[in-house]
Design a protein around this ligand. Structure first.
Ligand SMILES: C[S@@+](CC[C@H](N)C(=O)[O-])C[C@H]1O[C@@H](n2cnc3c(N)ncnc32)[C@H](O)[C@@H]1O
Length: 296
């Protein structure tokens, strides 16, 4: 386990993941019943962008920092940035500065209502310790140092029968796409009405086509793929962009994202670095009832 998220906190991939996360939690809060937020790969919760690791690899400069300087007046972007700003209060008389980046546990905690709760899994000892330091005292939060994939078995379905599961692995293992898809299938079987969000990296190569074919073959209905690729795949051998696979997404979130992503991409534009324009997409990979299923 070499992956440490603080090198990447607040980058373009985090912007996409967290912008959508905020909306998923908002929609869950539309109904009064409590929900459970389960995260399989939680990270440390809050990232100090002035701390050493983030400065050594300041990916946030090409991500959240661009929105911090000028947030377009678009509801989803504004909502996400308000959550980021809430973690960066200005000192008396000083201008508000971007210093801390809230990871998914911190963002989710900010949106939890008294009737909701969250369960977080994190395996890395240091990240787990830092996460406990952030949130362990909170009675609505349970933190486990355990394999997130085991967490899906242990905690699903939640007794509330309402909830969001975020699966955000580091993709360090060569077979992580296979592992993650097997985990999603199992989790969906256990909690078919649950809302699931799965992050995946986009790089050059055929892996994305194979992943999409495998997801469609898995016959999970209502799968929406949201992708944001600031750098065309052919122009980098590193991470070009990312996607979030949503199962059972809220009604019309796809339309809201289609309005928001062009502006997000514009803000994260890398063309000034001599690269071509990137791309975004909001695409149903499977419909309400999977087309592969025989009709009843
Ligand atoms: C991409 S980061 C998580 C970032 C976080 N979800 C966020 O958006 O703020 C992935 C995390 O998974 C942890 N990790 C790696 N393998 C794991 C496993 N099998 N189970 C649980 N956590 C794991 C890593 O230590 C790392 O902190």
């Amino acid at each position: 386990m070499n992956y440490r998220h603080h090198f990447h906190a607040g980058n373009a991939a985090d912007v996409l993941k967290h912008l959508i996360l905020v909306q998923l939690l908002r929609r869950l809060a539309d109904k009064p019943g409590g929900y459970c937020y389960l995260e399989t790969h939680a990270g440390r919760g809050l990232y100090d962008l002035a701390g050493d690791p983030a400065q050594r690899s300041p990916e946030y400069l090409h991500g959240v920092n661009r929105l911090w300087q000028l947030t377009p007046d678009e509801p989803l972007l504004r909502d996400y940035m308000e959550q980021v700003r809430a973690h960066n209060p200005a000192a008396a008389g000083a201008p508000q500065r971007l210093r801390y980046y809230p990871g998914s546990p911190a963002l989710a905690r900010g949106l939890l209502r008294p009737q909701d709760r969250m369960v977080l899994c994190e395996l890395h000892p240091e990240e787990h310790r830092a996460l406990r330091g952030e949130l362990a005292a909170d009675p609505q939060v349970a933190i486990h140092r355990m394999d997130g994939y085991q967490g899906l078995r242990a905690f699903l379905p939640p007794p509330e029968r309402r909830g969001l599961v975020l699966i955000d692995p580091p993709y360090e293992r060569p077979d992580e796409f296979d592992v993650v898809l097997a985990a999603v299938r199992l989790a969906h079987q256990r909690f078919p009405t649950g809302l699931f969000a799965l992050w995946y990296p986009i790089k050059a190569g055929a892996h994305l086509r194979a992943f999409r074919a495998a997801v469609v073959a898995a016959q999970i209905p209502k799968v929406l793929a949201v992708e944001l690729v600031p750098t065309p795949e052919a122009q980098t051998d590193r991470l070009a962009g990312s996607g979030l696979l949503l199962i059972n997404p809220p009604y019309r979130l796809d339309d809201a994202l289609r309005r928001s992503l062009p502006l997000t991409l514009q803000r994260l534009d890398f063309r000034e670095e001599g690269r071509d324009a990137g791309r975004w997409s909001v695409d149903w990979w499977t419909a309400e009832r999977s087309p592969l299923r025989s009709p009843r």
